[in-house]
Every structure is written in C-alpha cells, then in structure tokens.
Design a protein around this ligand. Structure first.
Ligand SMILES: C[S@@+](CC[C@H](N)C(=O)[O-])C[C@H]1O[C@@H](n2cnc3c(N)ncnc32)[C@H](O)[C@@H]1O
Length: 232
C-alpha cells in the first residue's frame, strides 16, 4: 500500500443502503441531525487531541475507529494519522460518513459496515483502535476487548472514551447497554484481554436535559497497549 493512502476495500465505500445484512439500529434515526450538535463535534475534537498526545507514532499509524457513526472522531484524526478506517453497524450513520468522505476528497479514510457483536473485525492489523461512546452500547465488554486486542499490532494502542458510571437516567427506560462504565471494572477487563499500560484521564462532559433539568455526565479516555512482545 502506498504511504499516506488507504486502499478502499472493494465494496467498502458503497452506498450505506446496500448493507442489507446489517440490522437497523436506533442510531439510524439520529444520523441526519448528528453533526448539527456542536457538543458532539467538540467532544470528538477533544478526544482526538488526547489520542494525539498519547500516541507518539500517530503520523505513521493505521487507525480503526469502531462505532464511528458519522466519522467525527475519525475525521479529526485523519490529518495527524496515516490511514483511518471507520466502522459502524448503522447504515444511516455510515451514509452520512460516506457523504463526508466524498465531500472531503480524503484519500486516507475508508468506511466499512461492521456489527461489533456479530461480525469478525477486518482482517487488517491496526496501530490504533479507538472508540467514542461505543463501549457502553455493547453488552459483552470482555468479548469486544478480546476482538480489539486481536486486531492490533504488537505495541499498538487501544483508546476508548466513554461515560463514567451514571444512575441510569441518561439513557432512560429500554436501554440495554451499560449505564456508564466503571473505571475499575474496565481496567480489569482491559488487562484480562491481554493489554498492558492501562491509563485513564478525564475527557469531556455530556450535558443532557433530563426531567426538566440539565444533567452532566463526565467521560474518560482509557488507553492501553498491546504488548510489543506479543506474537501475532
Ligand atoms: C453514541 S454513538 C457514537 C458515534 C460516534 N462515535 C460519535 O461519537 O459521534 C454510538 C455508535 O455506536 C454504533 N454501534 C452501537 N452498537 C454497535 C455495534 N454492535 N456494532 C457496531 N457499531 C455499533 C452506533 O451505530 C453509533 O454510531
């Protein structure tokens, strides 16, 4: 592959409407208005800044963003990184990401439909795997972390930003994911999956109207590394 260019997998950049095997999720309905919220844009920018500070080799890095949605974080990383692959299970989120990609003319970004629970991760290896507000959406954290460990190069970085534990009012009734993520529990899970050098830092806060008032929920960035001595 030429330096600085990501080869688009055959079919990876097709219309999101053709991902018929991917079930529609709640985010499809939110996709068109997602990027109009300045808070979503700002938190992606902030997390990209923190990842850039944590990964000294970012300029040479192939980055996989899981649960990338419309690509706010991935596009914030496309200049500092070598290549970025955006993966998500929502066809409508990916349709917006695809429009962004076409409008930008970026040649180091690619897009793939991927359900983290049902699908294999891409066969390629990455130097950085990142996610913004995705971990709490996926019920089996251990299974996800094992998959992410497997897709990283030895020495590669895991960068997961998510909500601190909250009292379940944030998502409301009917939400089947985690009501935030415990740092202690996540640290243990990351280590169980085989990662080393686990670090946490504050990332941003989400303000959301709940029951007539505004609630603020803080979010962290957790980073860890696949050991350099791991064999593939
Ligand atoms: C809260 S949104 C965050 C989107 C994006 N990371 C951002 O911050 O703008 C969560 C994203 O995770 C995706 N997602 C949820 N469950 C998923 C799964 N099992 N596999 C792949 N993506 C998933 C949703 O489609 C959605 O785009």
């Amino acid at each position: 592959m030429k330096p600085g260019r990501a080869r688009r997998r055959k079919g990876a950049h097709r219309s999101a409407r053709s991902w018929l095997s991917i079930s529609v999720n709640d985010f499809d309905a939110k996709a068109r208005s997602w990027d109009a919220d300045p808070a979503k844009v700002e938190r992606a920018r902030k997390v990209a800044e923190l990842i850039s500070a944590r990964v000294p080799t970012l300029a040479a890095a192939r980055v996989l963003e899981i649960g990338a949605g419309t690509g706010l974080l991935g596009f914030a990383l496309r200049d500092p990184a070598k290549e970025v692959m955006l993966a998500d299970s929502s066809p409508e989120m990916l349709a917006v990401a695809t429009e962004r990609l076409r409008a930008s003319g970026a040649c180091n970004v690619a897009i793939v439909g991927l359900d983290l629970e049902k699908d294999q991760l891409p066969a390629a290896r990455y130097d950085v795997v990142c996610a913004l507000l995705v971990l709490h959406q996926v019920p089996d954290t251990d299974a996800l972390l094992r998959k992410l460990h497997g897709v990283l190069e030895p020495g590669g970085y895991l960068c997961l930003s998510d909500l601190e534990v909250e009292n379940a009012s944030f998502h409301g009734a009917g939400f089947s994911g985690h009501n935030g993520i415990s740092r202690e529990g996540l640290r243990d899970a990351i280590q169980r999956a085989g990662f080393t050098d686990v670090q946490f830092q504050p990332a941003f806060e989400i303000r959301k109207p709940v029951a007539g008032t505004f609630r603020s929920v803080p979010a962290f960035l957790a980073t860890a590394r696949r050991s350099r001595s791991d064999t593939l």
